[in-house]
Ligand binder design. Structure first.
Ligand code: MN
Length: 209
């Protein structure tokens, strides 16, 4: 249902206004209920017209995108990517105060030097991305890294396993923050669901080739 055709939007685990004042209710509603939904609807339509792709799960579609015929490749890359990235974005935010466990923090300190360095590097990438895209905490070959991607590209395309995205499309912040992407980042950082990030980290560590 969330990972197989026909795809559907994963319901938010908290009300639309739960992330106030960091992310406002209106932005959350339009982002989740309209933008994310639109990617799901478009992906379902593409698969309806291309039934041979219906047996692939979301992750496989994202990874397979580039090996498809050109016109289909772009459509799948954008829309399966949009579904994948939004599912992850909304699940890694929470109104509950969380923080990295000692286990995760030890890895962060080892790979970035400090938690502050991780934040700064993620922020630098979020601010440096030209146009629409995401900045990410990913897990690659045993290491935590920060990368950024354009449009709805997914880190899996470059063999990075995504742990935490920050959506820097304007639809993610423009209603409240207008051009102040920096302020959006600072406030988004306060509502990260570190429990979910850690779950993904453990999943990534145990993933087989
Ligand atoms: Mn978005």
């Amino acid at each position: 249902m969330y990972d197989f055709y026909p795809f559907s939007v994963v319901p938010l685990q908290y009300p639309y206004n739960a992330l106030e004042p960091y992310i406002d209710e209106k932005t959350m509603f339009y982002h989740h209920n309209k933008h994310y939904q639109a990617y799901v609807d478009k992906l379902n339509k593409i698969l309806e017209d291309n039934p041979v792709l219906q047996r692939y799960d979301l992750e496989s579609l994202v990874v397979k995108a580039n090996s498809l015929p050109q016109s289909l490749a772009t459509e799948i890359r954008n829309n399966a990517g949009g579904v994948y990235n939004h599912k992850l974005y909304f699940s890694t935010m929470t109104p509950n105060k969380t923080q990295p466990s000692d286990f995760l923090l030890k890895k962060i300190n080892s790979d970035f030097g400090s938690f502050e360095n991780l934040k700064n590097k993620l922020k630098d990438n979020a601010l440096a991305q030209f146009g629409s895209g995401y900045a990410w905490l990913v897990y690659t070959n045993g290491c935590l890294r920060i990368i950024r991607t354009a449009n709805q590209d997914v880190p899996l395309l470059t063999l990075n396993y995504p742990l935490l995205p920050v959506d820097i499309w304007e639809h993610a912040y423009y209603l409240k923050y207008q051009n102040r992407r920096n302020e959006y980042f600072e406030n988004w950082f306060k509502i990260i669901n570190w429990d979910e990030v850690e779950e993904r980290y453990i999943l990534a560590m145990n993933k087989r080739c």
